[in-house]
Design a protein around this ligand. Structure first.
Ligand code: SAM
Length: 307
């Protein structure tokens, strides 16, 4: 029998594997941190809420889990201001080769204790899983992805465990941002062929387990939420960014500074991309609050995520 999880793991993370050899996600696919600094700006608003709820600790962490090229960590470091910036410690965590970024520590394992905000941005979709053709008596599938004859599915248990471990390290808040699916849609047969996919050089390709491409699958974010437990919310990136103040500014009054108009227009374009229906705006934001912080301290009530 093929051990899909082991083959997937080796293709990405064994010596010479796709991420292990240091392939930069930016070369192969577009993620929200690559669009511009606006995601980091939103996360700094979230971090400020965590900071206030924790009583402004002397050292405040921002941890970028599965940092890839480190763009998000670098933007958070560069965009932070004032007293928060003085107390801020930014850490990028990745199993790939270390990158040198000003003001960012680069490590292979997340810190044992994170006081502040941990973000796994498109991290969980790169955590390898077993791939199964159903029906199956796997307990995770029985609970989270009932299969019919010939249906294919990725068993999300390794993602659940990875996320529960990450959240368990955090005093403050932990946020997973990813594409994914929900039980109701899985059970209704919307993903009968599974979601395994490959990406190389900006294109979707056949997922081949030879290290030549990224291999990814949608994340069962509802299962991750249940595994980590506690106080959590699952909302869309579109709604979360709006709630954190990342909204279009609209055209400037005629007669204003043309360079300011140009910059505002470019920013509006980036915000539209981050919030697009059928695109990045449909990503799920799974936010857990811990150690006395409440999700209600960090985000207003928003509609539940519908991928
Ligand atoms: C899809 S890329 C996302 C990169 C970046 N966060 C972004 O959104 O542009 C996933 C990254 O997670 C890293 N990764 C996967 N499992 C990891 C683990 N257990 N610990 C640290 N990094 C991990 C991979 O090496 C890869 O760089």
């Amino acid at each position: 029998m093929v051990d899909w999880e082991a083959r997937w793991h080796d293709a990405l993370y064994a010596p010479g594997g796709f991420f292990a050899r240091g392939e930069k996600p930016a070369r192969h696919f577009r993620t929200s941190p690559l669009v511009g600094p606006e995601l980091a700006e939103a996360l700094l608003v979230l971090l400020a809420g965590v900071d206030a709820a924790l009583g402004r600790p002397e050292r405040l962490d921002f941890v970028d889990m599965g940092a890839g090229g480190g763009e998000l960590a670098a933007d958070v470091r560069a965009s932070a201001t004032g007293d928060l910036a003085r107390r801020l410690r930014v850490t990028a965590v990745d199993v790939g080769p270390a990158r040198t970024l000003p003001g960012v520590a680069w490590v292979r394992e997340p810190p044992a204790v994170v006081t502040g905000l941990l973000v796994g941005h498109e991290w969980l979709d790169a955590v390898p899983c077993p791939v199964v053709v159903g029906p199956s008596d796997d307990p995770w599938l029985r609970t989270w992805w009932p299969l019919g004859d010939g249906d294919r599915a990725e068993v999300g248990a390794p993602r659940d465990a990875a996320w529960a471990d990450a959240v368990g390290r955090v005093r403050g808040a932990a946020l997973a941002v990813d594409y994914g699916h929900l039980l109701a849609d899985r059970a209704a047969g919307r993903y009968r062929a599974g979601t395994l996919a490959g990406y190389r050089d900006g294109r979707r390709v056949e997922p081949v387990f030879d290290g030549s491409c990224d291999i990814t699958a949608h994340v069962a974010l509802d299962a991750c939420a249940a595994a980590a437990g506690g106080d959590w919310v699952l909302v869309s990136q579109r709604d979360a960014l709006g709630a954190l103040g990342i909204t279009p500014t609209g055209p400037e009054v005629p007669g204003g500074d043309p360079m300011a108009w140009l910059e505002a227009t470019a920013r509006d374009g980036r915000v539209a991309e981050l919030r697009a229906t059928g695109g990045l705006g449909d990503f799920g934001w799974l936010l857990h609050a811990t150690a006395g912080v409440r999700t209600a301290d960090l985000l207003p009530p928003l509609p539940g995520w519908r991928p």
